[in-house]
Design a protein around this ligand. Structure first.
Ligand code: CTP
Length: 378
């Protein structure tokens, strides 16, 4: 309301047991709808009118049950009926017990909804009403309001821009059963692909092994090893405008792969490793017009190491994260990035979901693209 929006509240019958609809009516100055058969304006079907008139639907807080109903496309109350009938963007801020949030059923529903373009404002870490501690606390109100503003302001600003992204780990086989790998889940890279796609970019995602569903509308090339990733990138690179290397490429691979599973023995086993190609570094030498963006996961002398990488790999932008910091780095859903630009600017960002990090990265890329367009025109 304070940001100048017209707010209409729809409540589930369960929500009315916690807060009376009259509270929201007084706060918003608009009628609250709970029942599908409520008709605040006679002769108008409320859920269709709300679905068509709304610029955005925000579901906050969303329970595990509501996420499940939305994923299945049920329309058994006013809220789910509205969600099905609207063509407006839907934002969801979940809130539930940590065990319920991390349950595979809930996470599968989140992925289903994300694949349909629904966006999530991820819950944070904290102590729940039930006393449990973990991920599941609804995001802070300013974060939710900002996410709504960002979504309303967003447009297809990267329409026609071709973006090539690497993501996930690489697996370097030792024998048919074992590999040398790392803890990367692919979350950051998939979030970058999502953020690029939602701005209208043509996205090719070269992904190492990852259990994640790729975002809708993205071309995915699945690979296992660094060598395969290098070849896939090499093939796509000339046709791209921006190359973003988020992958945690294994720097070394076993010199040769055993054709059989090696048996356990009492003696020591020494594995000989040989270096893998530096994908980003090689592309930097081949670039014609491409903008190059790297990631650096550091554990010590973080800024110094990152600045060195930016220079030696000849990048336009480098996103640095300290993987030893809690809520940053591998496997978790959040990250805290510092953006380093080739011109020396350093932009530290607060901790936020990987998707929000990716959106900030897209803002930075957009501004660099505009600059290079400006300089080629002048
Ligand atoms: N990268 C790459 N190919 C490699 C290694 C890294 O494309 N073989 C990319 C990563 O995707 C990332 C950037 O280079 O964008 C930096 O990765 P990082 O592993 O931090 O850098 P390295 O050059 O491997 O340096 P080090 O591991 O020694 O810190």
């Amino acid at each position: 309301m304070r940001a100048g929006h017209t707010v209409r509240v729809v409540m589930t019958p369960e929500a009315t047991r916690l807060i009376a609809p009259a509270t929201f009516e007084a706060l918003t100055g608009n009628p609250v709808t709970v029942d599908v058969f409520d008709e605040p304006v006679r002769g108008q079907i409320a859920h269709i009118r709300l679905a068509q008139e709304s610029d955005l639907v925000l579901i906050a807080p969303a329970t595990a049950h509501t996420l499940a109903r939305l994923a299945l496309g049920l329309a058994d109350d006013m809220l789910t009926t509205l969600a099905l009938a609207t063509r407006a963007p839907i934002l969801i801020a979940p809130a539930m017990n940590p065990a319920m949030w991390t349950h595979p059923a809930t996470q599968a529903h989140v992925q289903t909804l994300q694949a349909r373009g629904v966006e999530f404002i991820d819950p944070t870490y904290g102590i729940m009403a039930c006393g449990d501690e973990g991920w599941g606390k609804i995001a802070d109100t300013p974060v939710i309001v900002q996410a709504v503003q960002n979504r309303l302001n967003r447009s297809e600003t990267l329409n026609g821009v071709r973006i090539l992204i690497t993501a996930g780990p690489t697996y370097e086989p030792i024998d048919p059963v074992r590999f040398v790998g790392n803890r990367s889940s692919g979350k950051m890279g998939y979030a970058v692909a999502h953020a690029a796609r939602e701005r209208g970019a043509q996205v090719v995602l070269v992904s190492g092994p990852s259990a994640l569903h790729p975002p809708a509308g993205v071309q995915v090339i699945k690979v296992q090893t660094a060598q395969q990733m290098y070849e896939a990138v090499s093939e796509q690179f000339d046709a791209c405008d921006v190359f973003i290397a988020t992958a945690a490429v294994a720097d070394y691979r076993p010199e040769c792969m055993l054709p059989y599973k090696r048996k356990r023995r009492a003696s020591k086993w020494t594995l000989k490793l040989v270096p893998n190609p530096d994908i980003l570094g090689t592309m930097a030498q081949r670039r014609t017009h491409q903008l190059l963006v790297g990631f650096a996961a550091e554990t010590d002398k973080v800024l110094e190491n990152a600045q060195y990488k930016l220079r030696t790999k000849d990048l336009d932008l480098l996103a640095l994260n300290d993987v030893l910091e809690p809520g940053s780095g591998f496997e978790v859903d959040t990250n805290r990035l510092t953006l380093l630009y080739a011109d020396g600017r350093v932009q530290p960002l607060p901790q936020m979901s990987k998707l929000e990090c990716a959106r900030h990265l897209m803002d930075a890329i957009e501004s660099l693209l505009q600059r290079s367009e400006g300089s080629s025109e002048s």
